[in-house]
Design a protein around this ligand. Sequence first.
Ligand code: NAG
Ligand code: NAG
Ligand code: NAG
Ligand code: NAG
Ligand code: NAG
Ligand code: NAG
Length: 473
Amino acid sequence: MTSENASTETTREDIPLKSGAKHTKWYDCNDECFNGPKSINSAFGALTILITVALLVQIYYGDYQVVPHGSVATDSLECSKIGTQILKRGGNAMDATIASAFCLAVVAPHLTSLDAEGQLMVYNHRTRSAPTVIDFSSSNILPNKIPRLVVGLAYIHQQYGTIPWKELIEPSANLARKGYIVSKMLAQAVNRANAQDLFGRLEPGQLLRHDVLANTLLIIGNITEKELYSYIDSTNQPIKSQAVKSTFHKYNVYVPSLESIGPVLLVNLREIEEFNFTDVNVGTTKGIIQTTLKTFDEFNVTAKFHEGTSTNVAIIDLNENYVSLVMGMYNLFGSKKSTSYGYVLNVKNKEKPCSRIPIILADEQYICGKRMVFGANGIAQATQIVSNLIIGNKNATEGIEAPRFYLLENSTVAVEAFHSPKFHVQLLDYLNETHKKTILMPEPYYSSNIVEMLNDELSSHSDSRGGGIASRF
Ligand SMILES: *[C@@H]1O[C@H](CO)[C@@H](O)[C@H](O)[C@H]1NC(C)=O
Ligand SMILES: *[C@@H]1O[C@H](CO)[C@@H](O)[C@H](O)[C@H]1NC(C)=O
Ligand SMILES: *[C@@H]1O[C@H](CO)[C@@H](O)[C@H](O)[C@H]1NC(C)=O
Ligand SMILES: *[C@@H]1O[C@H](CO)[C@@H](O)[C@H](O)[C@H]1NC(C)=O
Ligand SMILES: *[C@@H]1O[C@H](CO)[C@@H](O)[C@H](O)[C@H]1NC(C)=O
Ligand SMILES: *[C@@H]1O[C@H](CO)[C@@H](O)[C@H](O)[C@H]1NC(C)=O
């Protein structure tokens, strides 16, 4: 593997990275912010010279900011780093997504597996055309030759891949062989789902090796691309479609449409926009709760969609490809029994789509305005994050870490028992009043990982609920 260079990679999430010299500039964010046709003004040439001189000075002094920048946010620092390693080697966001997704199948067996299902959304901010959605959740994928997640990732590779398939899998095979640190979330999930048969009891912080899965990954990595793509036939075809777009407080909102909860989210956001909220406070949250309850009711959300497990990969690469992959299973640890190849099966007991959703937001008017890519599990989570980011104008960290409410199947509202920050006591009192007692949600909470850009600055954040850290360089 490529050795890590500490000076060009950072796992700090609290300082936005500014792009540097090798970032291929396709517009000038100080100058040409408006959408639509624009003329290059004469000052631009002079400005370019100034910038070039400034950058030469930076190169001379070896400032780390002169390397191209990209970021990967997942539920695991290891998996985020495996993604940025691929970006550093010249891979695009889609290559990095494949590598990180294999890694999550190793380190987060409670959430995902080689048999997991998922949806990918890919957007390019230079062309700004409607994002493409690739869905490998549907039952028309018959995982008879290769497992479902592998079908999905192989298809993504066929469509967009630039790095050899094998090289995208090897890091995860090595990680499974060498062992990974059990996260608090994984250890908790074992107890919660009674999945001790799989790995025994797990303690957070212990090293878990998985040789069988490592071998399986090597076998999958050994499949030639020609053979791999031949498995994607009419019986085994992910569904490709175009994302739908709506707007919310002067932001474009892109979500999948087919078989997805996306259109319901857009309706919910439209209703919330009508309140003209200008900040996220107790009153706003009450409005969001009421509106979302109404939407759940109107669209029969709990009957039509299943809340399965969810983990997501969010990536922006230096060519402004934005990728969000959401994936998961019907239940924690799926079948709870390992196949002879070392992964669990995704066992569904109802054929209804899951509620996980990839989301992209981009300032409607300013090209260099904020644009964000993330994933969520369900419209309550998605609506709250979109509201925090746009109405509350919160940065990536604050928008994701803000407290969340949950809508239970019986239409009651629950708040997180074990996450801080918590909701304002006035809101808790209000919930207490409306249903006698504030219901406290036990863990696990499904995470939402985000990468965002404002002008040329890149920020990212992995949700503390998922236990990951984003990696950037
Ligand atoms: C996000 O906002 C909080 C509060 O305003 C601030 O403390 C934090 O430094 C900000 N983070 C970033 C990445 O700007
Ligand atoms: C993968 O292919 C290499 C070279 O063809 C071979 O040496 C190795 O044994 C194969 N590994 C597996 C797990 O099939
Ligand atoms: C929100 O603003 C619009 C346009 O200014 C106005 O028509 C509408 O009545 C406002 N809605 C509320 C709830 O104040
Ligand atoms: C909601 O879905 C359930 C199950 O599909 C159905 O029985 C019920 O009638 C639906 N309710 C409404 C209001 O559509
Ligand atoms: C709704 O479900 C929650 C969790 O299962 C339970 O604690 C609560 O009492 C239920 N509320 C009603 C009104 O049935
Ligand atoms: C909700 O009400 C119960 C019973 O009246 C009380 O014990 C509890 O402290 C209240 N919780 C909040 C968060 O206000």
